[in-house]
Design a protein around this ligand. Structure first.
Ligand SMILES: Cc1cc2nc3c(=O)[nH]c(=O)nc-3n(C[C@H](O)[C@H](O)[C@H](O)COP(=O)(O)OP(=O)(O)OC[C@H]3O[C@@H](n4cnc5c(N)ncnc54)[C@H](O)[C@@H]3O)c2cc1C
Length: 353
C-alpha cells in the first residue's frame, strides 16, 4: 500500500518520544503519491509536517492541526561513483552499504539516525566530516512553484548544521539525494577524539570498516546511537549546536574548532564547544529541574542531549532547554542555538540578568 493511514501520537514516531496527536498521520512509500499528496494539501492550505525518522524534531504536546507525512520511499541507484538515494532510505543502512562496496568516506558519519531525505536539512555531520562534502545534487519538490527541481550544493547553501532547507522550512520536500563518492577504503581521520581511540594521529588514514566500528562504539558510550534498550538515547542527539563566535569572544579554556573551508567567517570566527559551556555554567550530566526526576533531563552520558527516560512532555523539554540556554547566557553572554526543529513550540525568551 503506497499511502498508509497511521494512528497514535507523534510521541510514537519521534526519538524523543514527546508530541501530541495529528489530524491526519500517513506513511507514503511512492514518490509520485508523495508529490500529489503535498501539492493537494498545499492547494487546500492544509498544514503539512514532513517526517523521516523523527530523530531531529520536538513536536508540541498539542495536536498538529494538519497532515503529518512520514516518508518511506525506497531505492538506491548506483551509477559509477554516484548513488541516487530515495528520501525514505535509512541513512545508516546506506553508509554501511557504501562502505561494503568500497566507498569508505562516509564511515565517520556512521550511526546517525534517520532518513536520507533529512540529511541535507541540517547538513549532518560528525567526527570532522559533513554531508555537504559528498553532495552532487538534491532532488526536491519546490512547494512554491509546485515543480520538481535539482538543487546544486551552492543552491543548497550548506553551512555548519544549516542549509536553505532549514532556513525555508516549508518550501521543499526532499525526494532524493545524489552523492558523489571516491572509491577508497583508506580514509583520513580528522577528529582528535576518534584519532585517540584509534591510537593514531589526526591527519593519518585508517580502514573505513574499523573507523565505522570505532565510531559506533564511541557513539554507544554517549547514547548517541538509537537503542531501544538504552533509555538515555531517547533524545534528538545534541539539543544545541556549537555556537559560532568571534575569535576574541572565545571563553578562556573552552575547546574551539575551525569552521569548514569556504565558510565566509572562517578567518574571524570559531565554533566553540556547547558541551563545555553547559558544563561550565554548572549543568552536569543527569541534571533535571525540580526535586522529582520527571523523566526529562540532561543525558547521563552526554551533556548536550536532553533525554526522556520515562513519559515526559514537550513542555518539560522546553522548560529545561530554556533554563540551560539562560544559564549559559548568564555565565558567558553566548546564546545557544537549538539544533532540532521545533514544531509549534519555542524556547522562553532570554532574560537579561
Ligand atoms: C541519538 C541521536 C544521535 C544523533 N547524532 C547526530 C549527529 O552526530 N550528527 C547530526 O548531524 N545529527 C545527529 N542527530 C540528529 C538526526 O539524527 C539527524 O538530523 C537526522 O538527519 C534526522 O533525520 P530524520 O529522518 O529522523 O529527520 P526528522 O526528525 O524526521 O526531520 C527533521 C527535519 O527535517 C525535515 N525533513 C525530514 N525529511 C524531509 C524531507 N524528505 N524533505 C523535507 N524535509 C524533511 C522535517 O520536517 C524536520 O524539520 C542525532 C539524533 C539522535 C536521536
Amino acid at each position: 500500500m503506497a499511502i498508509e493511514r497511521l494512528h497514535g501520537n507523534l510521541s510514537e514516531h519521534t526519538s524523543l518520544h514527546v508530541g501530541g496527536g495529528a489530524k491526519e498521520l500517513v506513511r507514503v512509500s511512492t514518490e509520485q503519491e508523495l508529490i500529489d499528496l503535498v501539492l493537494d494539501l498545499d492547494r487546500r492550505d492544509e498544514p503539512v509536517l514532513i517526517l523521516g525518522g523523527g530523530s531531529n524534531v520536538v513536536c508540541s504536546d498539542s495536536e498538529f492541526r494538519g497532515t503529518v507525512i512520514i516518508i518511506s520511499t525506497q531505492g538506491i541507484d548506483w551509477v559509477g561513483n554516484c548513488a541516487v538515494v530515495a528520501a525514505g532510505e535509512s541513512w545508516d543502512e546506506f553508509v554501511r552499504n557504501a562502505i561494503e562496496q568500497g566507498f569508505g568516506e562516509l564511515a565517520p558519519l556512521s550511526g546517525i539516525p534517520g532518513s536520507m531525505g533529512a540529511t541535507p536539512i541540517q547538513n549532518i555531520g560528525a567526527y570532522g566530516v559533513e554531508l555537504a562534502e559528498f553532495i552532487d545534487h538534491v532532488d526536491v519538490l519546490d512547494r512554491k512553484s509546485g515543480a520538481r527541481r535539482s538543487l546544486t550544493p551552492i543552491e543548497c547553501e550548506f553551512e555548519y548544521r544549516d542549509s536553505t532547507f532549514k532556513k525555508n522550512p516549508n518550501r521543499y520536500v526532499v525526494l532524493a539525494v545524489k552523492l558523489k563518492l571516491n572509491k577508497t577504503i583508506e580514509i583520513p581521520i580528522k577528529y582528535l577524539q576518534l584519532a585517540n581511540v584509534m591510537n593514531q594521529g589526526v591527519g593519518t588514514t585508517a580502514n573505513a570498516l574499523s573507523v565505522r566500528d570505532q565510531v559506533l562504539q564511541l557513539r554507544a558510550t554517549k547514547s548517541m546511537l538509537l537503542d531501544p534498550l538504552d533509555t538515555e538515547s531517547n533524545s534528538t542527539g545534541s539539543f544545541f549546536v556549537n555556537p559560532i563566535v568571534r575569535d576574541v569572544d572565545i571563553p578562556q579554556g573552552c575547546p574551539n574548532y575551525p569552521l569548514a573551508v569556504g565558510d565566509p567567517r572562517v578567518k574571524t570566527h570559531m565554533k566553540v564547544s556547547a558541551a563545555w559551556l553547559i558544563e561550565n555554567a554548572g549543568i552536569i550530566k543527569g541534571f533535571h529541574l525540580g526535586s522529582e526526576d520527571s523523566g526529562i533531563r540532561v543525558s547521563r552520558n552526554h551533556s548536550l542531549a536532553i533525554t526522556n527516560i520515562d513519559r515526559g512532555s514537550t513542555q518539560e523539554v522546553i522548560k529545561l532547554a530554556s533554563y540551560i540556554r539562560q544559564q549559559v547566557f548568564d555565565a558567558y553572554g553566548i546564546e545557544l542555538v537549538v539544533e532540532p526543529v521545533l514544531i509549534n513550540c519555542e524556547l522562553d525568551k532570554l532574560g537579561v540578568s
